[in-house]
Each structure stands twice: as structure tokens, then as C-alpha cells.
Design a protein around this ligand. Structure first.
Ligand code: SAH
Length: 262
């Protein structure tokens, strides 16, 4: 790897700190010795986390890395994983075709595509039981944000609806090579008990997205493109802004609107 240089466009910032790597791997609570469980590392890079994952001897550890140079390096360094290193764009990978068991996802995510990764994981929420990841601190703050705060938005609502989320710790830029411009944070998400939203999920998504696209407007105005029945404009939730509504408020609103539009 002598001529090798980190690729900015792939979000390559390699963690140098062994203690932090170890703590991230230790934060994986599942699988509890379940032989059908899969541990899936997104963006292993040069193996900062992989090194400790291998020591854990998980029954089914897989790595998904997009950079072929890093894939060759990983194959050489971890021959034991030779059939488990997948050279692919995680966003395009068909998870259900490859794996049937429950999945614990781990990774220092490429920051440029972290939202896309979360939305993909949400689509597979019945399989993805746990996520331990490093993201930009600001993204972590948005994910855990509560109603009424500026950071509260679309990722907070969707992820908190299906996952219990903990902010584990902050990591400064100097622990990476090359250092990113921002602080990072490690968070852990564990799938909650909710199987389905008790409302029409498409309508729920639409309301949340439209509401936050114009987050400073009252919902009845932010949703004006939807042409709601006139008598609904008095609904309390419609007279608030999206950023003031809890997930249950959004669910109640979806139920009300869903009952009145075809
Ligand atoms: N886990 C390593 C590397 C983190 S940097 C460490 O902590 O040091 C992010 C890694 O994600 C890089 O290795 C990058 O090549 C990889 N990556 C970027 N986009 C990807 C994608 N779409 N699919 C899979 N891996 C990706």
C-alpha cells in the first residue's frame, strides 16, 4: 500500500486510537452467542475495528468495503475472513438475498453517506437488531434529538420510532488519519418492540417529511400541498410546527388524516 492515499470522496478517515476501537467493538451487545446472527462491518478500511472484531470470534462476521485497494489489504491481513470480505457499495448491497439471520451492524461510517446508510438500515429494520457506529457528532445529535430542539428532525423521528438510542461518547478529530474537520460521536441503536407503526406508514413518512421541509411553519401550512379536508384544520397537531410534535403526535395526526382522505 506504499502509493496509497486516503480517498476523500469515500469518506476515508482512519481511526488511530486502539482504545476507542476497542470500546466501539465492546459496545456490541448482540448477538448473544446466537449462531444465526450476523455481525456486519460497514467500511472496515484498514481494519481499525476489524482487528478487535476478529478477536471476538463472532460466528458470522462480514465486512463490506467499496475500495478495492483496501479490500486487497484486508484479504491479506485477515485471511481467516477471506470468504467474508465483500467488495461492494453498501448502499446497493441486497441484504435480504445474502443474509437471513438477525444483523448487528458496526462501523465508523463514511460520513458523506451516513444518512443513506441509516435509511437503508431502516428499510431492513426487522433484520437489523443493533447498530453501533461512529458518525459526525452533529449527525448523532440529530438522531437523538427530542421535540422542541433545533436538531430534532426527520432522522430523529424515523430512527427513534424503531430503535432505542444511546449516545456513547465523543471522539475528537486528532484521533483519525487524516483528521476530519468535525467532531465525531459513537452511538448505539437497538431495535425496540414496535413491529409496525399503528398508522399508515407511507402517510406518516409524507407528513414527517413535508412538515420538516418547512419546519418554521405550522403544519397546516407546511402540508398545504396535501389539500386536507377543511374540518381538520382545527386539529391541535396541525396548529403546531413539525419540530414540536413527538412521534406519538405524528402517529395520532396520521391516523386522523388517514381516516379522512382516500
Ligand atoms: N473503519 C475504518 C475506516 C473508516 S473510513 C476505521 O475506523 O479506520 C470509512 C470507510 O468506508 C472507508 O474504508 C471507505 O472506503 C468505506 N466506504 C466508503 N463508502 C462506502 C460504501 N458505499 N460502501 C462500503 N464502504 C464504503
Amino acid at each position: 500500500m506504499s502509493a496509497w492515499k486516503p480517498k476523500k470522496y469515500l469518506g476515508q478517515h482512519f481511526l488511530k486510537d486502539l482504545d476507542i476501537s476497542k470500546q466501539i467493538v465492546e459496545a456490541i451487545k448482540l448477538p448473544l452467542q446466537d449462531p444465526s446472527s450476523i455481525v456486519l462491518e460497514i467500511g472496515p478500511g484498514k481494519g481499525a475495528l476489524t482487528h478487535f472484531l476478529v478477536q471476538k470470534q463472532f460466528a458470522n462476521l462480514y465486512l463490506v468495503e467499496i475500495d478495492s485497494e483496501l479490500v486487497s489489504y484486508l484479504l491479506k491481513t485477515y485471511p481467516i475472513l477471506s470468504n467474508h470480505i465483500i467488495e461492494a457499495d453498501f448502499i446497493k448491497l441486497d441484504l435480504t438475498k445474502r443474509w437471513v439471520g438477525p444483523i448487528s451492524v458496526v462501523g465508523n461510517f463514511p460520513y458523506n453517506i451516513s444518512s443513506q446508510i441509516f435509511f437503508k438500515l431502516l428499510q431492513h429494520r426487522d433484520q437489523v437488531k443493533e447498530i453501533v457506529c461512529m458518525v459526525q457528532k452533529e449527525v448523532a445529535e440529530r438522531i437523538i434529538a427530542q421535540p422542541g430542539s433545533k436538531a430534532y428532525g426527520i432522522p430523529s423521528v424515523f430512527l427513534q420510532a424503531f430503535y432505542n438510542i444511546n449516545y456513547l461518547f465523543t471522539v475528537g478529530p486528532d484521533l483519525f488519519m487524516p483528521p476530519p474537520k468535525v467532531n465525531s460521536a459513537v452511538i448505539r441503536l437497538e431495535r425496540n418492540e414496535l413491529q409496525q407503526l399503528p398508522c399508515n406508514e407511507n402517510l406518516f413518512s409524507k407528513l414527517v417529511k413535508l412538515g420538516f421541509q418547512q419546519r418554521r411553519k405550522k403544519l397546516k401550512n407546511a402540508l398545504s400541498a396535501m389539500i386536507l379536508p377543511a374540518h381538520l384544520v382545527d386539529l391541535p397537531q396541525l396548529n403546531q410546527r413539525a419540530e414540536e410534535l413527538s412521534i406519538s403526535d405524528f402517529i395520532a395526526l396520521t391516523q386522523e388524516i388517514g381516516a379522512h382522505i382516500a
